[in-house]
Structure formats: C-alpha cells, structure tokens
Design a protein around this ligand. Sequence first.
Ligand code: PEP
Ligand code: MN
Length: 337
Amino acid sequence: MIIVLKPKASDKDIKAISDKIRKFGMAPHVSKGEQRTIIGAVGDERLFNQDQVLAMPCVEKVLPILKPYKLVSREFKKEDTIVNVRGVKIGGNKLVVMAGPCSVESKQQLLIAAKAVKAAGATILRGGAFKPRTSPYAFQGLEEEGLKLLAEAREETGLPIVTEVMSSVDVGLIGKYTDIFQIGARNMQNFKLLKMVGRTKTPVLLKRGLSATLMELLMSAEYIMSEGNHNVILCERGIRTFCDHTRNTLDLNIVPVLKKLTHLPVIVDPSHGTGKADLVNPMARAGIACGSDGLMIEVHPNPVEAVSDGDQSLTPKDFAQLMKDLKPFAKAAGRTL
Ligand code: PEP
Ligand code: MN
C-alpha cells in the first residue's frame, strides 16, 4: 500500500504512521519527494487497516500498488532515484561509466587500467576479485588480495570501486572494501545473497540473469529494497538466445521498459552483452541512445593476455576513443558524459 501524506506532514507524523504500519506487522518504507512524502507499507496486505490510517490527520490518501514489485515501482516513487557513490551520482543527467578489467590480476595490471580509464573520463572503477567461472579449473580471482588492490587503485585515482560478491558468506569481507556490490548475472536469483546485501547500506549493482525476465529482475531488486537498502542500480548485460553470432544478445528493449516501470537507475554492459571488443563501441552508443543511465565497459592493458574475458576487453586506447565517440550520442540523448 502507498500512503500519501499531506504536504505539511512533519517528521513526527512520519514516525507515527511508520509505527502504525509496524503494529500491523508490515514494514514502512519512507520516500521523501520534492513535493511530498509517501510511505510504502510492505508485507501481508490483509494485515493493513485502511480506515485506521485514513483517520490520521496528516494522511491525504491511501493507494494500493497493483504490481507485484512495490518499492521498485514508479508508483512508489515517481522521481528517478539517484544513487550517490562517494559523490559520483548514478541516475542523474550525467552518464556514469564504470570501467576496468574483468578480473583483478596484479597490482600493475589494475593500476595501468585504473589510471587509463580515469584519464579517459570513467568515473567508477570495476574489477572482479571473486570470479564466477564456468570451469572450476579457470582462474577464480585473487579474492581478498584483489580487494586490497582495488582499494589501492581507489586511493591512487580517487575512483570509487565496484566488485562482485558471489556468496552471502563474503558480504562482510567485500563490504569492508567496496563502494558498490555487484551481483552477477548467475546470482541474480540468489535470494539469500540479495537479502544480505539488502541489509547493508552499500549500493548494489544488480545484473540481469542470463535468462531472466523483466519481472524476475524487478522482483530481485525488490528483495534488496525490502530489506532497507534502496540504493539499487539495474544492469542489462545480455541474455541467452538462439543467436550465436555474439556471446549474448544485448536486450536494449528492456531499457526503456525498465525506465517506465521503475525509478531505479539502469545501465548497459555491452562488453558481456556482445562478448566481442569490436562490437562494444556501437552497442555502447546504442545503450546511450535508448536511455540508459550509464555503461559498464571492460578494459585491460593487454587484452590478449587477460585471464578472463579478453575477447571483449578494450585496450586503453580503444576505450579513450570510445569515450570520445560517445560524446555526441550523450548530447543527442540530452545527457552529459
Ligand atoms: C563481470 O562483470 O565480469 C561478470 C562476470 O558479469 P556477468 O555476471 O554479467 O556475467
Ligand atoms: Mn567479465
């Protein structure tokens, strides 16, 4: 249920309504907009006593949220959510570019990549320390050593970092280092993991599962938000289709649909979406053209030597060129880069 408060409602009123919602055995989620505050009452709706809530003087109206996802929906929050990561705003007019290697491999590799992406205009550094690999014999990541290197690279460049968490067991450790938790495609429906990151205050980048529907993606975001963490960023990274000319099929259709249904920021990952370095540039431009709030791009100092995803990784030079090529597309979409 959504409770719309009168414009002059005070913090005391918000607390009184929140307490009442808790009394019903439901959870209150407060969203303070420019004009007015609304409170979502989430849980078993049979427990909600509408008459009691309407009787409170600061309440203007009570509306049901008809969609199965509640906090994620535009009904709950009309304005776009802007996730602030150490001063970098994700979801505002300025597009965000998260770039860096697929895997953190060494101090030298990471620092070269970090400095290069920063110089070209990226505002967030990516790098995997815990890697979800198809083969158990493939490189699994440097784990905590990799997290330390990411923190060092942040120190050196000032770029906030995003790195993947694969298991609920690692949320505490990775949370000590990262600025954004990445939930990878293979874990989009790891509900225990979603709940664990939902109980932290660290922003979460949620990647769409390999064969997840729009509804499944939004319900996974709802898992995170329902635990109290409203700083969620969605990412389209390509899905499985019959097409074998690319690693995945980048489903750009989902971007405008998501932007309509949810207030959460949406970014596009053309690196995993295509699996091919020469397709990253055109699909990154397309991602901006269709309304995404930013991009995730894999960059490696020497892609042929990369331990993972070398085929789709850009060289620092190609990345710098990409950032230049994106400028007119950003402008045409009414955004800055
Ligand atoms: C990655 O970002 O390196 C990654 C493994 O992504 P995905 O979960 O989308 O495959
Ligand atoms: Mn990768």
